[in-house]
Design a protein around this ligand. Sequence first.
Ligand code: PLP
Length: 298
Amino acid sequence: MNKKATNQYLTTLNGIRLTLKRGDLLDPMVSGNKYWKLKYNLREAQVQNDLGVLTFGGAFSNHLAETAAATAAMGLRSVGIVRGEEWAQKENQSPTLQFCKQKGMSLRYLSRSDYRQKETTAFLQHYQKTYPGYRLLPEGGTNPLALQGCAEVLDENDHPFDTICTPVGTGGTLAGLAMGGRTNQQFVGFSVLKNEGLNTQIKKLNPNTNWTLNTDYPLGGYAKTPPELIEFINDFKKKFTIPLDPIYTGKMLFGIFDLINKGLWRWGNNVLVVHTGGLQGIAGVNQRLAQKGATLLD
Ligand SMILES: *Cc1c(COP(=O)(O)O)cnc(C)c1O
């Protein structure tokens, strides 16, 4: 299972040449970057003869979906600890949770305050005791083995690009990609959440200076999907026949197009934009948009 994402030329805007790395094509359902982040973790689980994997996420989490799918494919069990006890009563309202269950993941629901304890030693010891033989992975899957998987995404075909862009949640993908970069390459992450401490957090994962974090395009905050974003993604799909998810890649490309159109692009002119996948999230977002009577994603 060594899947490579292909590059696809997109367009040239104000002299900036944009190419897309199609991580979304690794699997139509689950995130390309979560595959990169899980690869060595699951290999380690196999080598260590672990029973399965236990991990954490929200009710629409790409990480939970990918963990459920990837562990099932390898004959490993999986447990998903879900943020928000209310979801126990409305599993059927989350296409992500439905998918996880279909893949055989056992779901456990936690109140938001309990969920916030998920990185404490006492909490992790409790789960390790309750699920012996399971490998515990953090929310989003960011750990040293995840970074190693991301560091191997770029190959010799990517050497000509002077700038590489990726969306940022925890920053594990940005930090890992930048580890695999060449001296001529600058990495630009687009944060999808408002988090003051994020830059410092990513510095701990990768202290190099070959990456920067843009924080101007969370567009209202994590999982917020304003009409101008939905319109951008629908236009993008019409124009390029490429789908974008509204949580990560949609916001990044909205930001890239906006910066270039406004003449504010400060990086190189041969840009590789990493499509990290996440398309499974579209169904859940459409459900919420429909409840509000808003325009849906095509
Ligand atoms: C999780 C995710 C990201 C963010 O990855 P981090 O390593 O947490 O920064 C980006 N894109 C998609 C589609 C994701 O699912």
